[in-house]
Write a protein that binds this ligand. Sequence first.
Ligand SMILES: Cc1cc2nc3c(=O)[nH]c(=O)nc-3n(C[C@H](O)[C@H](O)[C@H](O)COP(=O)(O)OP(=O)(O)OC[C@H]3O[C@@H](n4cnc5c(N)ncnc54)[C@H](O)[C@@H]3O)c2cc1C
Length: 484
Amino acid sequence: MKKYDVIVVGAGISGLLAALTLSKHGKTVLVLEKSQHLGGNCNSYMVDGYQVDTGAHAITHLIEGPLKRLMDNYFDYLPVFEDYGHYYIRTENYFTRVPSNLKDFVTFDVLPRKDRVLLSQTLTKAFTLSSFGIDLSSQSVYNFLPKGLSKDTYDFVDTISAFLSGRSMKETSAQRVLSGSSFVRDSITQEQFDAMIGRMDLKKSPSTESILASILPYHLHASLQSRMTKVTQPFTSLERLATNDVNYSQGYPRKGLKALLNAILYSLPETVEIKTECEVNSILVQDGKASGVEADEIYSSNLVVYTGFATELPRLVKDLPQEYTANLGGIAHSKSLTIWLGMEKELPEFKYTGSEIWFKDFAYWATPISNYDPSLAPKDKQLIGFSFVIDENEREEHETKKAYDMIFRAHPNLESHIEMQHEQIMIPEKAAVTINGKFADIRTPVRNLYVAGTDTDKRSMGITRASYSIIELLKILNEDGNLH
Ligand SMILES: Cc1cc2nc3c(=O)[nH]c(=O)nc-3n(C[C@H](O)[C@H](O)[C@H](O)COP(=O)(O)OP(=O)(O)OC[C@H]3O[C@@H](n4cnc5c(N)ncnc54)[C@H](O)[C@@H]3O)c2cc1C
């Protein structure tokens, strides 16, 4: 039986990034993926001549974030990113940019003036408390808000909360809005921010750069160092609140989301083997240590990286401690619906790059994706994706009908121009960032069994969060003597 240095379970972006980085550190890697396709939630496919993504995506923190660091150090080939554009708010009466700083907020007349003043004061207060090291993780956004705001303002804040954490403003922590949003941009790393306000012990919590610097071979490390010197000086937190620019550092991969997937696949060395339609049913443990997995057959390895839902681990690994299993049970998910509409022509109301948010009643986040790259739609046609956070307790048909009704209420002219419609229901992230929401540790009670993915790191969101988890995984493997 062939033995691998590492077995990676799951070929979503987390699993493939794990395979890429570990193989570049000299490991032989086997990736097992249960579905027919690679990429998990990060892929694109054709529907009636239109190329749809698995949910409309904005890739965040591209200039200074963890994905950039992984791309710079491990990719042989990079996707081209188009500037993201802007975030807009659409209502029956308005189409205007989402304010990303206090200055813009003053003229954001979608909300009543009195509420804007109160919200500005609240944001300033939250930022100031955070600057003094006060953690707002246990306070909900709702509880942090001043009382007596209008329904529109509550709906607006609820929508921003839902798109940031997957849950309502009553379940989203105030800290999440500060650290995870683009509305108040995490334009510098938390480490830089902490160092700036003198809160951080650099030794105790190493920055991403120093983690990579301790892991990477010298030539990669040296090039990383030279780029690091170019990192711009951080703003003070209040300056940032005043001058933030929401679309800074965000992008969309030209040729669609699959361009990012393809860049990873292209960069994989021959020491990585991938099997699709190969579900792992059991992770094997011998003397408290991972020894392989059981799928269509037994595969052996002394190191297993699992990137499926951590909540599934108790089904896959025998006799996990009760306390560990109970913690995994506390991980909350959210459910999303994306409706892709292929339009017979380009519509004037969607003549922009970026995305629009509808925040009343049933909120959506919509992106005319073919405006980034016309080749995603047939000639002179247009592709638009509308994403909703849906109620997991309702029937999917009910939520889908409600979503269509909402789209046609917001855009009464749209229906007569549709020539393709396609729906996707997915779980966008493996753990929603809620108040006291649980996350999985990368280390498990089983030696040499590790978990990676969006349920192991609460920073940022989606692909950026998956990338953070891989950098943390590398750090931990290095600490455990399992990297080199
Ligand atoms: C509508 C929508 C909008 C989004 N918007 C954004 C955005 O704007 N920006 C952003 O950065 N991110 C966004 N995301 C989130 C992002 O796509 C995901 O967080 C990311 O792709 C998750 O990657 P992952 O590898 O951790 O998990 P997944 O993609 O879920 O991959 C896990 C893989 O493991 C496989 N697997 C699981 N169990 C087993 C098993 N037992 N055996 C074998 N294989 C197994 C699964 O089949 C899957 O392929 C969005 C997602 C959705 C759905």
